[in-house]
Design a protein around this ligand. Structure first.
Ligand SMILES: *[C@@H]1O[C@H](CO)[C@@H](O)[C@H](O)[C@H]1NC(C)=O
Ligand SMILES: *[C@@H]1O[C@H](CO)[C@@H](O)[C@H](O)[C@H]1NC(C)=O
Length: 247
């Protein structure tokens, strides 16, 4: 058993070294695209923490504002491939990184809650003076978006006028409930669509090509934009530009 004890000892030393190397190894440098994403964004303070966000004017009407809520464990960069398309439709497109993800602070031992993530977004939108918003969300972002919707519906019901600051004009959830769905999603397999249709017969859903999985906006950005704009047209059409009268 002497050998066994020695082997165990060597193994544990080896494991400790590996663990140390893993915890201390510097992360890979950011790609050019990620550095650009960060450079063209900003930070705002939420208590002691810094929250990264991007806020850009698009070519649509200024009152048409889109807010993108990413999923877990990724970040706002998920929306990079649909960003230009959204900018072509909306007057303003905003996305933030959740606390603990992306370029936002990641406080260790913090009690991360959906409620706090929703409050961060409400505060950001208030600070940016956004009063009406179309929300496009994905994955964990769907849960945060539903919390935002719950609060909005509550505010709408309660008569306190002061609290009427954020109006949600539409909510589009990706792979979570209009829904844009990739059937190859291992997180929400196709039986999920049947169940969803059963539960919400009034709801709309777009099922994409069978090759599309859990990240439709990354895997097929054009199809997502077409589905999303089709949905908006149905539930909450964006304001139409005035006829310019050009000749
Ligand atoms: C974005 O648009 C708003 C009004 O619609 C304007 O006040 C603001 O200056 C614009 N921002 C940029 C960076 O062009
Ligand atoms: C985290 O916050 C939730 C909601 O406020 C609370 O129920 C829970 O007890 C907290 N957990 C810890 C470890 O503080």
């Amino acid at each position: 058993m002497a050998l066994g004890g020695k082997t165990m000892f060597l193994l544990s030393v080896f494991t400790s070294i590996l663990m140390w190397a893993y915890l201390n190894y510097p992360g890979p440098p950011l790609s050019f695209e990620l550095r650009e994403w960060k450079r063209t964004g900003k930070f705002f303070s939420h208590s002691d923490f810094k929250i990264f966000f991007r806020d850009m004017n698009g070519t649509g009407r200024p009152e048409d504002v889109a807010f993108c809520v990413h999923g877990f464990p990724t970040a706002s960069y998920d929306f990079a491939k649909v960003w230009e398309g959204l900018n072509g439709k909306f007057g303003r497109v905003i996305a933030s990184d959740m606390l603990g993800l992306g370029f936002s602070d990641k406080p260790y031992g913090h009690n991360y809650t959906i409620s706090e993530q929703a409050s961060i977004i409400e505060r950001l939108l208030k600070q940016l003076a956004v009063e009406e918003v179309h929300i496009l969300s994905h994955d964990l972002g769907d849960t945060v978006a539903q919390e935002l919707l719950r609060r909005f519906l509550y505010r709408q019901k309660s008569s306190s006028k002061g609290a009427q600051y954020l109006k949600i004009k539409s909510l589009c959830l990706m792979n979570g409930v209009h829904m844009i769905y990739g059937p190859a999603d291992p997180v929400n397999p196709p039986v999920f669509v049947d169940r969803y249709r059963e539960l919400l017969p009034q709801a709309t859903i777009t099922v994409l090509d069978e090759r599309i999985g859990h990240y439709p906006h990354w895997e097929d950005p054009m199809a997502v934009l077409m589905a999303y704009f089709g949905f908006l047209e149905k539930v909450s059409p964006l304001t139409q530009p005035q006829a310019t009268g050009e000749t």
